[in-house]
Design a protein around this ligand. Structure first.
Ligand SMILES: *[C@@H]1O[C@H](CO)[C@@H](O)[C@H](O)[C@H]1NC(C)=O
Ligand SMILES: *[C@@H]1O[C@H](CO)[C@@H](O)[C@H](O)[C@H]1NC(C)=O
Ligand SMILES: *[C@@H]1O[C@H](CO)[C@@H](O)[C@H](O)[C@H]1NC(C)=O
Length: 337
């Protein structure tokens, strides 16, 4: 496949390995057995575009609030996103109140989410969509809100009670790789014990860097997808770094992907400010080929028709959502004109 970039370091020809496929069918994928994410998760996640904007006084349309998610939910249905496959509307960090409630449960910030998460989940479900939420395996989230350490069962049950459908579990403020592994595993089992179907999105391998090698046998057994590398930013430099890391490490990661468990190179930043048109096309193509979760982080209220058409391109989405779930790999690097 020819890519639209002129950057020689990036141009890869991608292919699927027939031999690996044979071994794969014999051994079988040992992905998390919750019946979810049989193809890569598709949806919207607030982080890259809206980050930790808490200022609803000055920026009411850009702060992390229930209004933001309700507006996105409406647009996901009215503008064809849901029909294209984008199903999960996901909250990232900064939704919480600074303290747990008197029973030790997480609570949404009362000013920004005056009706609470359960109300938002009901609203999102009424639109035929699913709701994702965010928490952290350590003592605090990356932005400093309450972490789940010591509360894994409570938090899993709270999310299940609210009707949450996906948990992105971050890895900040965790003091050792043992606590990291134990926490990620424990939360997976705690979610399972609630009996609710909740996609489990991990950042476990990312937080093992740079000194520890991820054990992908373990990771795919406990997680539906996992972040391996740094956060994406709205820049070509960031996309290039993610692709370079993926290519360099493809021997370890490509064969791990399959129905129920995916490598997650982070969000699609298409429709924002930092990528040229060719670069946006390249991100879409490469994320499709990498069998990546397609989680957009953009503003659906103001997105160009061109970016929208790219993100909703049926043929590219079909490559990403192929039921066989084989992740493509970089076959050759070189110039392409
Ligand atoms: C959380 O903090 C406590 C007290 O400092 C510490 O013992 C514990 O190991 C920390 N947990 C993690 C996951 O870092
Ligand atoms: C919990 O795990 C069991 C065994 O792997 C699986 O059969 C079941 O579907 C899981 N339940 C949920 C709600 O994920
Ligand atoms: C990875 O984890 C699995 C399951 O816990 C274990 O059997 C295996 O030995 C581990 N692999 C390495 C290289 O540590």
């Amino acid at each position: 496949m020819k890519l639209l970039s002129r950057d020689p370091r990036l141009i890869c020809e991608l292919a699927f390995r027939p031999l690996a496929l044979v071994f794969w069918s014999i051994l079988g994928a040992k992905a998390l057995n919750n019946g979810l994410a049989r193809t890569p998760t598709m949806g919207w996640l607030h982080w890259e575009r809206f980050m930790c904007n808490l200022d609803c006084q000055e920026e009411p349309d850009a702060c992390i609030s229930e209004q933001l998610f309700m507006q996105m939910a409406e647009l996901m249905v009215s503008d064809g996103w849901k029909d294209a496959g984008y199903e999960y509307l996901c909250i990232d960090d900064c939704w919480m109140a600074p303290e747990r409630d008197s029973k030790g449960r997480l609570q949404a910030d009362p000013q920004r989410f005056p009706n609470g998460i359960q109300h938002l989940a009901n609203y999102v479900h009424s639109k035929g969509l699913k709701l994702g939420i965010y928490a952290d395996v350590g003592n605090k989230t990356c932005a400093g809100f309450p972490g789940s350490f010591g509360y894994y069962d409570t938090d899993a049950q709270t999310f299940a009670d609210w009707g949450v459908d996906l948990l992105k579990f971050d890895g900040c403020h965790c003091d050792s790789v043992t606590s990291l592994a134990d926490g990620y595993k424990y939360m997976s089992l705690a979610l399972n014990r609630t009996g609710r179907s909740i996609v489990y999105s991990c950042e476990w391998p990312l937080y093992l860097k740079p000194f520890h090698k991820p054990n992908y046998t373990d990771i795919q057994y406990y997680c539906n997808h996992w972040r391996n590398f740094d956060d994406v930013y709205d820049s070509w430099e960031s996309i290039k770094n993610i692709l370079a890391w993926t290519t360099t490490n493809q021997k370890e990661i490509v064969d791990v992907a399959g129905p129920g468990g995916w490598n997650d190179p982070d969000m699609l930043v298409i429709g924002n400010f930092g990528l040229s048109w060719d670069q946006q096309v390249t991100q879409m193509a490469l994320w499709a080929i990498m069998a990546a979760p397609l989680l957009m982080s953009n503003d659906l209220r103001q997105i160009s028709p061109q970016a929208k058409a790219l993100l909703q391109n049926k043929d590219v989405i079909a490559v990403n959502q192929d039921p066989l779930g084989k992740q493509g790999y970089c076959f050759r690097k070189g110039f392409s004109m």
